[in-house]
Design a protein around this ligand. Structure first.
Ligand SMILES: NC(=O)c1ccc[n+]([C@@H]2O[C@H](COP(=O)([O-])OP(=O)(O)OC[C@H]3O[C@@H](n4cnc5c(N)ncnc54)[C@H](OP(=O)(O)O)[C@@H]3O)[C@@H](O)[C@H]2O)c1
Length: 316
């Protein structure tokens, strides 16, 4: 029997990494084994992954040496950062550098880095269509990731740059689901006008990443975008209504209004949606549905994702 190649997965107890660990474990003859990286191997989620057959190891992406140890002997690695846990682009950039350097030290042969666009390539800080945030950014949680892509290249780490999409799971757990109007009717709020919003079931991200690892070196050095669908806000509202069995109105607010909602990160997300709206052709084009489906044949569309998850969307 040939030795299975180890894929070490950051964020293994979370959405993206968890999907990848499960995809690897679901394919025992695929030639890969999963090493789940966690800050806490004793947590229920980590124990659950161990019970499913993953090797569980401790590391913190703020500590380069711990990541290098966790990567020892690994063929591949999946890297993701956790902007919404700290809201700091500086911290995120330091963590990305830690992971890239650790991959170099450990001699990892294929990294998949879950990045996003540095939107300042499209909207320079001098462009006043959207406010500059934190002094240096248009969309901080995008820009810090995209600006760090070069670190992998500079270090000579063989890397695939994975552009993910809006999780449809945000309708369940991030407050993006439909809300009741004062008249009791459901409304789905999005600052996208009539433009398309590439989206994906979070579990499908890891399955696509697994598809990339399965293709060997084909995607090394390349950027690949993934999405399960490109629905407009109006289409999302209609499909939500069909799934929920009650009318859902599309509440197309402006990015300015969205930025003013006042919750933590509202300005960052308002700028993000405006970027996706204003550069729709680029943003959808790079997140090609056929490419995504070729990587992950079970990729869900929005209506299939809704059929499986509609009962998890809070409606009050
Ligand atoms: N929400 C969206 O629509 C969307 C779309 C595209 C991209 N993104 C990006 O996705 C990223 C988050 O990924 P996700 O959703 O997969 O995260 P997640 O589900 O929140 O997973 C976070 C996991 O990572 C681990 N973790 C947190 N801090 C860590 C650290 N310092 N060192 C090691 N592990 C750590 C934690 O596990 P342990 O406690 O077990 O260590 C936690 O379970 C964000 O940067 C965001 O910008 C989000």
């Amino acid at each position: 029997m040939t030795e299975r190649k180890i894929i070490a997965v950051v964020g293994a107890t979370g959405a993206q990494g968890g999907g990848l660990v499960r995809a690897i474990l679901d394919d025992p003859n695929g030639g890969f084994s999963a090493r789940a990286i966690t800050q806490n191997p004793d947590s229920d989620k980590a124990r659950n992954l161990a019970g499913m057959g993953a090797e569980v190891t401790r590391a913190n992406i703020d500590d380069e040496d711990s990541v290098a140890r966790a990567l020892q002997g690994a063929y591949g690695a999946y890297f993701v950062t956790f902007f919404w846990e700290h809201f700091s682009p500086d911290k995120e950039m330091a963590e990305i550098r830690n992971m890239a350097r650790a991959a170099k030290t450990a001699g990892v042969q294929h990294v998949i880095w879950s990045t996003l666009e540095d939107t300042r390539r499209w909207v320079p800080l001098s462009d006043n269509r959207m406010p500059t945030l934190m002094g240096h950014y248009k969309v901080p949680h995008f820009d810090a990731k995209g600006a760090s892509d070069k670190v992998f290249a500079e270090l000579g780490v063989p890397t695939t740059f994975l552009l993910t999409s809006f999780y449809w799971d945000n309708l369940i757990s991030s407050g993006m689901g439909p809300k009741r109007d004062p008249d009791g009717k459901l409304a789905f709020t999005l600052p996208m006008g009539d433009k398309k919003l590439p989206g994906i079931g979070a579990e499908d991200i890891g399955k696509c990443a697994y598809g990339i690892f399965r293709k060997g070196r084909e995607y090394v050095g390349r950027t690949v975008g993934i999405a399960g669908g490109h629905p407009t806000g109006a289409q999302m509202a209609r499909e939500l209504g069909n799934a929920l069995g009650q009318e859902v109105r599309y509440n197309a607010v402006t990015p300015e209004q969205f930025r003013g909602f006042g919750f933590p990160g509202a300005e960052d997300l308002g700028n993000m949606f405006q970027f996706k709206r204003d550069f729709e052709d680029y943003y959808c084009g790079v997140r090609n549905l056929e490419v995504s489906r070729a990587l992950n044949p079970s990729l869900q569309t929005f209506d299939r994702w809704l059929a499986a998850n509609k009962n998890r969307i809070p409606l009050d």
